[in-house]
Design a binder for this molecule. Structure first.
Ligand SMILES: *Cc1c(COP(=O)(O)O)cnc(C)c1O
Length: 370
């Protein structure tokens, strides 16, 4: 029996940086700065610099990051925010948490990100913001989106939860919109050892509002300037993220070289490979191929010891929980077709050449006749 190729492997990465991580955690324990504190403040400065923004604000999850980004821009009940159905549900949930209504538009069939040509038709007098998602680590097509937003006076909040370090025409994800939300969930390209999230912005007023919102509206203890939340980041997560940020570019380069090897070994297979938009970099949070008989492939690869994922099998508008958004089957044909065919192959910096070659061998051999 050939050994299983796991879909993810956080243990190998921890082992490679264990001494630095352990020292960082012990430093926080010794300081007793368990919530926010110096390590989180230092991480905020370092992450802002990494994202080419003047500020970043660390919070407890990526979902909260998107929520407070929207709130800081003044979005709330009665407003509409445009996003996509082919994303993790948190993009849509974060809009609803502000009291605003999510309005969905279809994706582009090549990049799987927001189709800029679909935006204008979705704009109403209530539209206040556009939230493109840099899905799988590929930047959304930001220039036309920013152009529509400028002409229509709309705010742009990037959902950059999957796109740490990805670039679009020389600009970095997190720096193109008015605000952006990142997730540091453990499996993300920059992951904490627990929950974490962050907002990036170069607008000092937005940054100040977000610092208030994430910690009960306080600038001075027990003086509540606005009604806020407990969305603070743990000190331990900040210290861990500082260590990991120093490795992020090397890990991204490793993901890109793993993706390049997949392109070689999958040539001649049935799989439609992920497209990279000219002028953009893809940081491969997910390496999703497209296969008409996806479910049969998933079962076959599983039997051959290759673990796979599906991101995402059901678009948000067809989820039972979001039926009351009011979109039926057929509302977003591209999202629906793509959701039925995408298959995520294992891809992480520690994946070996031999493992990739083995996936290629299985895929080039084709599905067995049953
Ligand atoms: C992970 C993710 C989120 C939410 O982040 P959490 O840290 O899990 O709250 C939002 N949007 C997208 C596209 C994501 O992948």
């Amino acid at each position: 029996m050939t050994p299983t190729i796991p879909f993810g492997d956080l243990r190998s990465q921890y082992r490679a940086i264990k001494s630095d991580i352990d020292a960082a955690v012990l430093r926080v324990l010794d300081s007793t700065q368990f919530v926010l504190g110096d390590e989180v403040a230092a991480f905020e400065r370092e992450f802002a610099s990494y994202c080419h923004t003047s500020d970043s604000i660390a919070v407890n999850t990526g979902t909260s990051a998107l929520q407070v980004a929207l709130l800081a821009a003044g979005i709330g009940p009665g407003d509409e925010v445009i996003t996509v159905p082919f994303t993790f549900v948190a993009s849509v949930a974060a809009i609803e948490y502000t009291g605003a209504r999510p309005v969905l538009v279809d994706i582009d069939p090549v990049s799987y990100t927001m189709d800029p040509a679909a935006i204008e038709a979705a704009i109403t007098p209530r539209t206040r913001a556009i939230m493109p998602v840099h899905l799988f680590g590929q930047p959304a097509d930001m220039d036309p989106i920013l152009d529509i937003a400028r002409r229509r006076g709309l705010v742009v909040v990037e959902d950059a939860a999957q796109a740490h370090g990805a670039d679009y025409n020389g600009r970095r994800c997190g720096s193109m919109g008015d605000l952006a939300g990142f997730s540091f969930y453990p499996g993300k390209n920059l992951g904490a050892y627990g929950e974490g999230g962050g907002v990036t912005t170069s607008n000092a007023e937005f940054a100040r509002k977000i610092r208030l919102l994430r910690s009960w509206g306080e600038e001075t203890r027990y003086e509540h300037l606005v009604r806020g939340f407990n969305f603070r980041m743990d000190g331990i997560q900040g210290a861990i993220l500082r260590v990991k940020l120093r490795h992020l570019d090397a890990w991204t380069a490793a993901r890109q070289s793993r993706a390049a090897r997949y392109r070689d070994v999958l040539a001649g297979s049935e799989a439609v490979l992920p497209a990279v938009r000219p002028g953009s970099t893809h940081v491969y949070h997910v390496f999703a191929v497209r296969l008409p008989n996806r479910d049969a492939w998933r079962a076959h690869l599983g039997e051959q010891g290759v673990q796979t994922g599906v991101h995402y099998p059901v678009p948000v508008h067809l989820q039972p929980a979001y039926a009351d958004l009011g979109y039926g089957r057929g509302a977003f044909p591209v999202a629906e077709a793509v959701a039925g065919e995408v298959l995520s192959l294992p891809l992480y910096p520690e994946l070996t050449d031999a493992q990739i070659d083995r996936v290629g061998d299985v895929m080039r051999a084709g599905l067995p006749r049953r």
